[in-house]
Design a binder for this molecule. Structure first.
Ligand code: NAD
Length: 471
């Protein structure tokens, strides 16, 4: 049984309040206790961050880059330990956990290399004026993250924030806090000055909201649900601080009748079952052209039935979320969808209380059914038939969300035409979700705004100041 405390000013700080029980979703049993932070803990963390801000901002670029590279190396050197912590919190398969740790290290490596980018431009305004711009950090950045890819999402925001010269107060999800704390400790051992990364543990309603409301916090990067994103947006609007919002998705995965059918079926199934469907970029609405509809369903059913809950498919994170996913089985029945596979809880030997859902596929779904409109966040895919390219685009865009679009076709002109018209932050053609640290990531509509990843993210972690000098 572990006990997890805050990380503030370069050291572990015990809870001044109570502890929250953390449950392992594979066993369904309490595995540890996590500090239930308070607004006073957030005050302490912001003060520690502010004390470190000026030095970190003025760190020579090469030294900042060296520390970032050392953090990447430390994450890699401890990958097995970090993957074990992530698995204890989430129950995800080892391969998924290891990929997540590698991705987290890659963020520090990539942003560590970007410290050498020019910090501004010289503008040729007039012969008697010397005008230049300079990028400056915001100061204290709040980073609030969810439970599905815990370390990865924390690293995705923290690494660019640090490269841009900011200091951070982070709050991981209360159900997956272990790796964010471990990362902060490893960063400290790798030479990051005290106070540059602080982690306050606890609930969103107390700690998360206190971070967003804190007058010392000058920007918030939030990854999570639409409802919480909207609540944070209201506070940020009052305070007039910038936000990055990485929210949910109900992404369209369009299979045209000239696609490589086996590849499309296999990858489409991966698109809604990876991490037991608990990824924002899941391609959960599978639009299939009518000429290949039956053949696609056969191939997809075979791919679904090849998945093994408890091995290639992990559990659903919490008991309430487990119940919520099961609730969609009734909703699908009421709305008239045809069950092709799954549609029930999966029994996994040795884990009688685990939160496992059988991978589930519905066919004959129309885009107005609730299973086509709401983000389920479980291993559930819905297949919607279509006839024409125009119809596919219309269905894809008829959604509150706009995170990802995936296209399966051998016709490159069609791929480019459709990619141009899909309302989403990223489009994949004949491949799903091969993301890299270099590719900007973010949403349209309720999927959020701002961009993480790539050089692009650096523009979301600082001000531009213009200096004009009469010469
Ligand atoms: P959530 O919104 O419930 O929680 C996310 C984080 O916000 C947690 O740390 C939580 O404690 C905190 N929080 C909760 N209430 C808060 C409040 N009032 N003020 C401040 N912070 C608060 O989301 P979740 O259930 O942990 O994660 C699942 C959601 O995250 C899904 O909707 C998923 O699509 C989304 N997500 C998006 C991305 C992306 O990059 N677009 C990635 C992963 C997950």
């Amino acid at each position: 049984m572990y006990r997890l405390d805050h990380w503030i000013g370069g050291r572990s700080v015990p809870s001044s309040n109570d502890y929250i029980e953390a449950v392992n979703p594979s066993s369904g049993r309490v595995a540890g206790h996590v500090a239930a932070g308070t607004a006073a803990d957030v005050d302490r963390a912001v003060a520690a961050a502010q004390a470190a801000a000026d030095d970190w901002r003025r760190y020579p670029a090469a030294e900042r880059g060296r520390v970032m590279m050392a953090i990447a190396a430390a994450l890699r050197a401890n990958r097995d330990h970090l993957a074990a912590l992530e698995r204890a919190d989430t129950g995800k398969p080892m391969a998924t956990a290891l990929a997540e740790i590698e991705g987290s290290a890659a963020y520090f490596e990539f942003y560590g290399s970007l410290v050498y980018l020019p910090a501004g431009d010289v503008l040729d305004v007039a012969p008697d004026q010397h005008v230049f711009t300079r990028r400056e950090p915001f100061g204290v950045v709040g980073v609030i993250t969810p439970w599905n890819l815990p370390l990865n999402q924390a690293a995705r925001a923290i690494a660019p924030a640090l490269t841009a010269g900011n200091v951070v107060v982070a709050k991981p999800s209360e159900v997956t806090s272990q790796t964010t704390i471990a990362m902060a400790e490893l960063a400290s051992e790798a030479g990051l000055p005290d106070g540059v990364i602080n982690v306050v543990l606890g609930t969103g309603a107390t700690v998360g909201e206190a971070i967003v409301r804190h007058p010392g916090v000058r920007k918030v990067a939030f990854t999570g649900s639409v409802g919480v994103g909207q609540a944070i947006g209201r506070i940020a609007a009052e305070r007039i601080i910038p936000l990055t919002l990485e929210l949910g998705g109900k992404s369209a995965n369009i299979v045209f009748d000239d696609a490589d059918l086996d590849l499309a079926a296999r990858e489409s199934v991966k698109g809604f079952t990876l991490n037991a469907g608990q990824v924002c970029s899941a391609g959960t609405r599978i639009l299939v052209q009518r000429g290949i509809y039956d053949r696609f369903l056969d191939a997809a059913r075979a791919a679904v039935e090849a998945l093994v809950p408890g091995e290639s498919l992990g559990p659903i994170i919490t008991a309430p979320q487990f119940r919520r996913v099961q609730g969609f089985f009734d909703v699908a029945r009421e709305d008239g969808a045809r069950l092709v596979a799954g549609g029930c809880v999966a029994r996994v030997e040795g884990h009688p209380d685990g939160h496992f859902i059988a991978p589930t596929l519905y066919a004959d779904v129309s885009n107005d059914m609730r299973i086509a409109r709401q983000e389920i966040f479980g291993p559930v895919g819905v297949v919607i038939p279509f006839d024409t390219e125009a119809e596919a685009i219309a269905i894809a865009n008829d959604s509150d969300y706009g995170l990802i679009g995936t296209l399966w076709t051998r016709d490159i002109s069609r791929a480019l035409r459709v990619a141009d018209r899909i309302e989403a932050g990223q489009i994949f053609v004949n491949v799903w979700n091969t993301m890299s640290v270099q590719t900007p990531f973010g949403g349209h509509k309720h999927s959020g705004y701002g961009r993480e990843k790539g050089i692009e993210a650096l523009h979301h972690y600082g001000h531009v100041k213009t200096v004009t000098v009469k010469v």
